[in-house]
Structure formats: structure tokens, C-alpha cells
Design a protein around this ligand. Structure first.
Ligand code: GLU
Length: 484
């Protein structure tokens, strides 16, 4: 069993391609097979420098590893199509010799006017096969005269072809609907249709999983295998991924690059878990899946064929889940790059407190949907806070009352020993007081919390006071009192 992921290097990894890569990888791993990376870069107008290195890097970060590819020789290389042109030349010659392909000398101008004419006559645009029956002598003459040409596949003129998709069963195509498409372009470079078949054969690929946009090419591919007399691999076409509105996922509508998700602080395990469910579902309905779980449970035949829906809220759900599962030390390390700017703004004293970052991160761990949330959510811990004094006012209280309440709280907190300054003891102290005097909780805790954070919404006052430490908490409360 051998599968391959065969991307065209575009400079970033599309989230849909990640889904394809994952399914291809899982197909191989679920059957103890080999997983191969092949770079399909024959469309040179799209070549982007560094794209292959980036691709390997991001897949490596995700945890999808190859057995063979441009970076790991498995004896089937080169694994990059632009380095295989000689191989394609040899095989196209074989097809020409077998009379399964032919030279076409039609100029782009002629093809244009042909298409226009077909459009006017409301016919399907299709090459009219004018070069299909040129005599050998004429072809040789025109070749030696240096005329530009492409090489086309000689398709059957009538009848039907039935192809078998592992997920959809048999699919029938009418040969009359298929044109003699180009196998080798006028610059000598093969098209996807040709290079892909030659490579899958030579690389001994047994299972092809690819997007369903290639279903239209499927009969052409199978006919090529037949022309060569090769056995075709098994094919499974993966359904399209649609956005929530039912449209195509496009770069314009937001992030489709896995690199962008990484930068925002989505974890590899979340992206994998999210992607695997776009078109596949575990039989036991347990949707939380590690890569190892997926390897164990995934079967090609269980892939669905209806379009998958891209739901970013689901991705956020998984990411929140995996963030909560992280050991704190690890999460702190993951959050650090997002906190770098905040850390640079904070006092030397706080920087030295080695539990400070841990406490900040622990406080957000439950809430975070992505690592980047840590920055905005915890900014008030690191630098001076600014807010309007009105924010300190709880409901119908007057300024005077709020001031008194804050003074009382500060007095109470000041009595707590530095060494005893932890959330539970702060909370016990304050709550015992409020209860004993039968005071309303909001009248005291709202101003206290705002004085510590400067925000309308934040975690509760006791845990924040704990993280800030006694000195900083009392200073902030004093500042608030002075504002009133
Ligand atoms: N290069 C093609 C793509 O990027 C590969 C399709 C296939 O897997 O055959 O869509």
C-alpha cells in the first residue's frame, strides 16, 4: 500500500489541502502503507520560492510525517515533477509510438477562433481534432520545420467508459463528451493529467485520494493507464469543503492558510481533529481524536461523499479543549511569544517573580480559544491600567459610597500577611466580612475588580488580586480611591 500527497506549491498550505494530506496519510497508516510527498510544479507560472520547504515545515509542525519525498529518498525519486521531464519525454514517446497520442500544430489563434465559432453555434468548446489524422510524413516535415506543437491524447470517439471510485462506485462517462486533451504543452512540460499518471505508476502508488474537482479527469486518467497497459491504482475522490453559507472556501473570505491559523495560536492537535471530521466520522461518535486514535479508526471506505462544512466555531471548540488539556508549564511556553510585548512593558520586580506568568496563564487557560487570546485577555496584569472613574460605580451607588467601600476593602486586604496572599484566603476574608455585616456583594466586589483591572469584564477580583500580589493590588485600589 502506497499513497501520495501531491500538492502544487503555492507558498502556503490551504486548510482543504491539509484535510487531503491528513486523509492520504491516514489511509496509508491505517493499512501499514507508505506515505509519499510529490511536488507537482509543472505549472511554472505559479512557482513560489521556498514553497516546498515551507510546506514540509508546516506539515512537520502539524505532525504529519512522510516516508518518502524530496527530503527523504525512498528510491522512487526525483519527487519533484520539474526534475522528471526526461522521464515524461520517454513515456510520451511510447504513447506516440503506440498511436495513442499525436502532435497537434494548431496555433493559439486558430484554437481561439475555433472556440469562438463553437460558442456562436452553442456547441461545447472542444478541440476539433484537425491534427489527429495528419500523415506521418506531414508530422515529421512540420517537426523538422521547427513548428510549435503540443501532444494530445487520442480519445475513443464513441462508446462509454466506466470508472470505479472507492467511495462512489462506478461512474460512467460518454467518450464523445471528452476532448483530445493536451498531455505535453508547447514548452515541452507535461500537463497534470500526464505527469500525474506517469508518476503514480512509476512511484507504485496503490491508492489515490484527491479532491473531487478531479472527477472530470478521472476517465482520461484511466484511459491513459489503458493506453500504457498499466494497472491503475484505486481512486477515492474527497468531497469539497464548503463555507457555512454553502459557497467555496476562498482566500478572500478569511483565513484558509494553515500558517495563519498557526500564527493565531491554533494547536496542531486541534487543526488535525477539526480536519479529520470534515468528511469522515468515527463509528463510536467520539469526536475527540488524537492522531494515534485517527490512525487506528480511519478506513478509506468510511469517508463520506457529501460536501463537508468548514465551521470555524468547531475549530475554536477543539482548540479551547486542547488548550485546557495542556500541562501549565507547556502552555506558558506556548503563550510566551504572544506575551512578549506585554512582558517587555512590565516592571522588573514582576518579571523576576517566576510564578507570575504561570498564574497569569492559569487564569486564562479555561477561557482561551486560541493562544493569541492571552495577549488581550491579560494585558492589565502587565502595565498601568487606564479607565474612566465612572466604571467603578456599581448600579445606584454614589461616588462617595463606592469610595468608602473601596477604602474598607483596602483596609481589610492590608491585614492579610504577604505570605498568606492567595486567592482562597483573600476570598475568605472579604466574604466573611460582607456576610457578617450583611452587605451586598456587588457593592464591594465590582469596584474592587474594576480597580484591579480597569475593565468591565474580567476574571473575578480574588484570583486577580492573587496574581497581582499584595503590593500591586493595594496600589491599584489606592489609585481608584484617588480617582473618586
Ligand atoms: N497537484 C494536484 C493538486 O494540487 C494533485 C491532485 C492529485 O492528488 O492528484 O490538486
Amino acid at each position: 500500500m502506497r499513497t501520495r500527497f501531491a500538492p502544487s506549491p503555492t507558498g502556503y498550505l490551504h486548510i482543504g489541502s491539509l484535510r487531503t494530506a491528513l486523509f492520504v496519510y491516514l489511509a496509508a497508516k491505517s493499512m501499514d502503507g507508505k506515505f509519499i510527498l510529490r511536488i507537482e510544479d509543472t505549472d511554472q507560472s505559479r512557482e513560489v520560492s521556498g514553497a516546498v520547504e515551507n510546506l514540509i515545515k508546516i506539515l512537520d509542525w502539524i505532525g504529519i510525517n512522510f516516508d518518502e519525498g524530496p527530503h527523504i529518498d525512498g528510491g522512487f525519486g526525483p519527487y519533484t515533477q520539474s526534475q522528471r521531464v526526461e522521464i515524461y519525454n520517454k513515456y510520451i514517446q511510447e504513447l506516440l509510438d503506440k498511436d495513442e497520442a499525436y502532435h497537434c500544430f494548431c496555433t493559439p489563434e486558430r484554437l481561439d477562433s475555433m472556440r469562438k465559432e463553437q460558442q456562436e453555434k452553442k456547441q461545447a468548446p472542444r478541440y476539433d481534432r484537425i491534427c489527429r489524422n495528419l500523415s506521418k510524413e506531414e508530422v515529421l516535415g512540420r517537426l523538422s520545420g521547427g513548428e510549435r506543437y503540443v501532444i494530445r491524447q487520442k480519445m475513443p470517439l464513441d462508446g462509454e467508459i466506466v470508472v470505479h471510485d472507492e467511495l462512489r462506485g462506478d461512474i460512467t462517462f460518454k467518450c464523445a463528451d471528452m476532448e483530445d486533451h493536451v498531455l505535453i504543452k508547447s514548452n515541452g512540460i507535461p500537463t497534470y493529467q500526464f505527469a500525474n499518471v506517469v508518476d503514480d505508476h512509476l512511484m507504485e502508488i496503490t491508492h489515490v485520494l484527491r479532491g473531487d474537482e478531479w472527477i472530470a479527469s478521472f476517465p482520461k486518467n484511466i484511459l491513459l493507464y489503458k493506453s500504457f497497459g498499466w494497472e491503475a491504482p484505486k481512486f477515492a475522490h474527497l468531497s469539497l469543503i464548503l463555507n457555512k453559507e454553502g459557497g467555496k472556501l476562498s482566500k478572500r473570505q478569511g483565513d484558509v492558510a494553515v500558517e495563519d491559523y498557526r500564527a493565531k495560536g491554533y494547536l496542531p492537535e486541534s487543526l488535525l481533529n477539526f480536519c479529520v471530521l470534515m468528511g469522515w466520522h468515527p463509528k463510536d461518535d467520539n469526536e475527540i481524536l488524537s492522531l494515534a486514535d485517527m490512525q487506528e479508526k480511519f478506513r478509506i471506505e468510511d469517508i463520506g461523499i457529501s460536501p463537508a462544512v468548514f465551521d470555524v466555531e468547531k475549530l475554536d471548540y477543539f482548540n479551547g479543549y486542547y488548550i485546557r488539556q495542556k500541562p501549565l508549564e507547556e502552555l506558558v511556553a506556548l503563550c510566551k511569544p504572544y506575551l512578549a510585548e506585554n512582558i517587555s512593558k512590565t516592571s522588573e520586580e514582576r518579571k523576576k517573580r517566576d510564578d507570575f506568568l504561570k498564574k497569569v496563564v492559569a487564569l486564562e487557560q479555561e477561557r482561551m480559544k486560541k493562544l493569541s487570546d492571552i495577549k488581550e485577555g491579560t494585558e492589565f496584569f502587565f502595565s498601568e491600567i487606564e479607565y474612566e472613574s465612572e466604571l467603578l460605580i456599581w448600579k445606584k451607588l454614589t461616588k462617595e459610597e463606592v469610595k468608602n467601600n473601596l477604602e474598607k476593602m483596602a483596609e481589610l486586604l492590608n491585614e492579610i500577611q504577604e505570605g498568606n496572599w492567595i486567592k482562597t484566603s483573600i476570598e475568605e476574608r472579604v466574604m466573611a466580612y460582607l456576610k457578617a455585616k450583611d452587605l451586598k456583594v456587588g457593592d464591594y466586589l465590582w469596584p474592587m475588580r474594576v480597580s484591579l483591572t480597569g475593565r468591565k469584564a474580567s476574571p473575578g477580583p480574588f484570583e486577580i488580586a492573587d496574581v497581582l500580589g499584595k503590593k500591586e493590588s493595594l496600589e491599584r485600589m489606592k489609585n481608584a480611591i484617588n480617582k473618586l
